[in-house]
Design a protein. Sequence first.
Lengths: 106, 112
Amino acid sequence: KNEVEQSPQNLTAQEGEFITINCSYSVGISALHWLQQHPGGGIVSLFMLSSGKKKHGRLIATINIQEKHSSLHITASHPRDSAVYICAVNGNQFYFGTGTSLTVIP
Amino acid sequence: SQTIHQWPATLVQPVGSPLSLECTVEGTSNPNLYWYRQAAGRGLQLLFYSVGIGQISSEVPQNLSASRPQDRQFILSSKKLLLSDSGFYLCAWSGVSRETQYFGPGTRLLVL
């Protein structure tokens, strides 16, 4: 079993839809990260969370430490949001989910 | 500001040939450095990490090795590539607190 599980694996949405990607983890962590991997392969860090909620533009990330669960929300989705979104956690090492491939259709 | 470079961006190599991928970091000192592999349809797998010059920790047994000849240089090598070495190789760095990792652009390796 992976230390980090993401759902769904693949997601297709119409432009403008509200999107939620979920992440559950099974190890003790000091922080959780949401990463975005573009089709060319480059990875950028979107959020680092240790509690509560963070917002950046149309992106919102939440974490529930007790339930070992985090969600990434995208409001008013746009085709440029199409990417793979990866959840990662700081345990005794970095653990990564397998990613959620999001396609937003115009 | 800090930047991380990887070279080359894409590589096609025959089975049995050697490999050398380079990663360099600018704008920071004494970073922790990491090599990851991302196989098609799979998550990131940590291969090696280094907390200082000449200090390499290996996470999984494999056909690859890593070296850190300078503070901001991290090299991934193989003496003889296998088909299963194909994948997307990412280098990353973090500060000593290891709170956030910053990723390089990656090297796409295809072994034929």
